[in-house]
Design a protein around this ligand. Structure first.
Ligand code: 3HC
Length: 278
């Protein structure tokens, strides 16, 4: 199967990597050369980890050889599946989906890795929208087992079934969600992280103790503030903005602290500082 992943950030590169591990031909596309170069390094490092821990048997370089790293739109022609993984901004996703629709064969499946934006809304920018759906991976993609398969109002049932099987063939566990803001995972996670930020704002506990409580008391692998830094505070803010707008409910309202950190360029791990310093 030929799979094109559009957007080579953390999520896009992880998605390209897992398809390549499963012997698919992958095109990893970005408009930025430097993003593509970073994606290659990230994938090589990740495959190295998987090889060291015996989770893959094949040589990383053989897996990487199945990925075409490109900024050339003509490489996107003739694929079976397209997955967009660009910024979590509705207008950026809309533009990207229009471009994908221009190059994708009519029968190709088109998926969005959006975390929160309505699939039915995004389907307005896809030609033949019955072949469009959400295929939402989790970070770090090569490690996390779950994929949310999101059915928009126009998604054909047979497309959902095909993608469900495709996800299983990647060694992942699919779940099916209807098209509601935040789907399943972020509907649960966003209020959790938001509440942790409010605990911090209200001075109820230190950031270390908030994270320690959730790690040791609730057995989460990371505390909510650490996890926020790991997801990226800008990404988290984008998700909260969409969910707050769509639900109109204070459960999803971005806390001031989060907004201030993002405005100060403190985006979490990737920028060297967020709630914590790295
Ligand atoms: N590629 C390959 N392997 C990786 C990896 C990567 N990028 N990152 C970690 N690993 C492997 C390590 O090599 C290690 O393997 P081993 O156990 O065989 O040695 C294993 O994963 C555990 O990693 P570490 O020992 O380095 O560190 P941790 O035990 O702390 O685990 C973690 C790291 C897997 C990230 C864990 O902390 C975790 O599960 N955190 C929560 C992640 C989470 O909740 N993700 C979802 C975020 S929400 C999201 O993505 C949705 C979006 O819409 C916001």
């Amino acid at each position: 199967m030929k799979v094109c992943v559009i957007g080579s950030g953390t999520m896009g590169s992880g998605i390209g990597e897992v398809f390549a591990i499963s012997s698919n031909e992958v095109v990893l596309y970005d408009i930025y050369e430097n993003q593509i170069a970073n994606a290659r390094v990230r994938i090589e490092e990740s495959l190295g980890k998987l090889r060291d821990s015996g989770k893959i048997k094949e040589e990383p370089r053989d897996i990487v050889s199945r990925i075409r790293f490109t900024t050339s739109p003509s490489d996107l022609e003739g694929a079976d599946v397209y997955i967009e993984a660009v910024f979590e901004k509705p207008e950026v996703k809309a533009e990207t989906l229009k471009k994908i629709s221009e190059v994708a064969p009519k029968k190709a499946i088109i998926g969005s890795n959006t975390s929160s934006i309505s699939i039915t809304y995004l389907s307005k920018f896809v030609s033949n929208p019955e072949r469009f759906l959400g295929i939402h991976f989790f970070n770090p993609v090569p490690v996390m087992k779950l994929v949310e398969v999101v059915k928009g109002d126009r998604t054909q049932e047979s497309v959902v079934r095909k993608v469900f099987e495709m996800v299983k063939a990647l060694g992942k566990e699919p779940v099916i969600s209807q098209d509601f803001p935040g789907f399943i995972a972020n509907r649960v996670l966003v209020p959790l992280i938001r509440e942790a930020i409010l605990l911090l704002e209200e001075g109820v506990a230190t950031k270390n103790d908030i994270d320690k409580t959730v790690r040791l008391g609730l057995n989460h692998p990371m505390g909510p503030l650490e996890l926020a830094d790991f997801i990226g505070l800008d990404v988290l803010l984008d998700i909260m903005e969409v969910m707050y707008r769509d639900f109109g409910d204070p459960r999803f309202k971005p806390p001031i602290t989060l907004r201030n950190l993002v405005n100060a360029g403190k985006l979490g791990r990737k920028s060297g500082e967020g709630f914590y310093k790295y």
